[in-house]
Write a protein that binds this ligand. Sequence first.
Ligand code: GDP
Length: 444
Amino acid sequence: MAFEGLADRLQNSIQKIKGKGKVTEADVKEMTREVRLALLEADVNFKVVKDFVKRVKERAVGQEVMQSLTPGQQVIKVVKEELTDLMGGDQSKIAVANRPPTVIMMVGLQGAGKTTTTGKLANHLRKNHNRNPLLVAADVYRPAAINQLETLGTQLNMPVFSKGTEANPVDIANEAIAQAKENHNDYVIIDTAGRLHIDENLMGELKEIHSNVNPDEVFLVVDAMTGQDAVNVAESFNEQLDVSGVVLTKLDGDTRGGAALSIKAVTDKPIKFAGMGEKLDQLEAFHPERMASRILGMGDVLTLIEKAQSEVNEDQAKELEQKMRDASFTLDDFLEQMGQVRNMGPLDELIGMIPGADKMKGLKNANIDEKQLNHIEAIIQSMTKAERNDPSIMNASRKKRIAKGSGRNVSEVNRLLKQFNDMKKMMKQMTNQKGKKGKGGGFK
Ligand code: GDP
């Protein structure tokens, strides 16, 4: 899970002070010492750590905390606010040009995830902002990169502008923009060439594209897992090219968090998006406050709700609510629900967004096994339509057949049926209670 190591250590360091009704200077000193170690261990830039700890200390031993009724809680609030500030404060928005198309240039080293992020960003713009982007293959040195973008375009059913490896990147970009105007594509996302290391030629080419197309955004894509290297890359790119925002990829595999916490402070450029996996829908807008909250174990309910909203449409939710009320919720509905939850992302990431989830022993050590979900799906898929609609017809021979068909055993089939029954009972109770209170609201 993202930031797991850092989160564990930071939460331990603030744990002691949390419930204190009186906080002494010595308490603050002890806590900030531990926070400092946690951040250094997470590979956060040394100077950034020093400034951070200094600010927390000043505020925590100041009047703000000492005179409050809940000093322990107040210290945590200070840590959270400072963490939020460190990552950029407010969430930064993506530019919209006065006259379309808005042009976004993607830059970064090879392997950072630039091409994948180009596809993810296009998907994000269409899915969440109703935009109609054109993807542009301007990495003319690697035919594989052009193919990769074309494949992404096919998967997303989106246009890709490419002229093979013979054309000049500046011409490609200009022609792409002209085509976008003609075809009413409101965003143009240019995937530029990367190298293994920063070199003069690469920078020269990027600057040339930049000065010719005058992009509305220049997004630098860096790999979060490379820690301080990512920060150094960001610094060099930013010195030569006016970067407008950073996309941190592979945050899903970054347990330390050093890049996420240092980049804004070092480059003064905001992190705009975070890549949370290889799939095209695994890109999140970066909200510093929500991220700070996740790191401190306070959860991130807003992101969870947004994910749920983008997977389930209102009509589906209404239909589901009705089925729960009149107890006609079937195993097919259950299967569909499970699919929707799985579309939201890996379960351990989702659990990390629930406040306090990391403190619930069962959940933390559950080691959520996606395989088990596959088993449940296989069992339901091995049932006949009639069995899925009315599991009460299930007898021993049916169960045996289902177990055989799904490659599981009968006790697993029984367990699933029992869980489904319990769930239905619970739904009934919940919908009844809602009815009694006279509230019309539903489950979403
Ligand atoms: P490029 O050379 O910068 O264009 O990099 P690619 O887009 O080809 O990505 C390099 C590798 O990183 C691919 O295997 C991607 O699937 C993977 N990748 C990209 N973004 C993410 C991410 O957010 N999380 C994970 N786990 N993998 C990613």
